[in-house]
Design a protein around this ligand. Sequence first.
Ligand SMILES: [Zn+2]
Length: 247
Amino acid sequence: MTFFLIVVFLFGLCIGSFLNVLIYRLPRGLDIAHGFSMCPTCQHRLYPLDLVPLFSWLFLGGKCRYCKAKISFIYPFVELLNGLLWVGMAMRFGLTVQALAYAIVASCLIVVAFTDWQHMEIPDSMSVVIALMGLVLLAADGSLPLSARIIGALCVSVPMALLALAGAMGGGDIKLMAALGLCLGWKLTLFTTFFGAVLGTLVFFLLFKTKAKLGRMIPFGTFLAIGGVCAVLFGDAFIGWYFGLLV
Ligand SMILES: [Zn+2]
């Protein structure tokens, strides 16, 4: 099992490296399949030795090999986070199709979290991949019937669409929650939304206090993405514990 988890971790690191490409290129409308990686400061082409996930950054001391410009810790952080989440899904669901589907969902949510935070934008392609994983999960996981998934796809996205008519919600959030609902079913979709709203509110007030004014809109998608990952990993346990308290 340990060996299996190490392999999953290393594979997750590599996927994380690709997520960095998506986070950089998708909001800028750049081609994701072509063109080689380059240093954002000196535009020098990066070679495989510069691109080993996590380790290149550590080995080069967080600097570009060619121009010595500082490279944001966000890059290795995304790789590490994805590696850990892939391990988390493997530990939660074992060596199953379910684990792989949820790992891909988690990777998409990492992209959503960062693009929404940096650009206030949720790429449609990520919502499409998440929705496709919903179909994979429908086939692979019989414990959650189609009806629960359809209610999940609608229960948050429809109220959000009504809010959007009032100008209080972005279209990206609506599509994201419809896609996530298909994966999670209505219970965990509601969990995701409440978690995201509470976390978003907390962060909003913390930033408000320290930075005087945030000066921009709150990227709700970032918090929904964090909520979605937590829903997959801990949602069922939390709901069981919470309703156990009530009974
Ligand atoms: Zn450079």
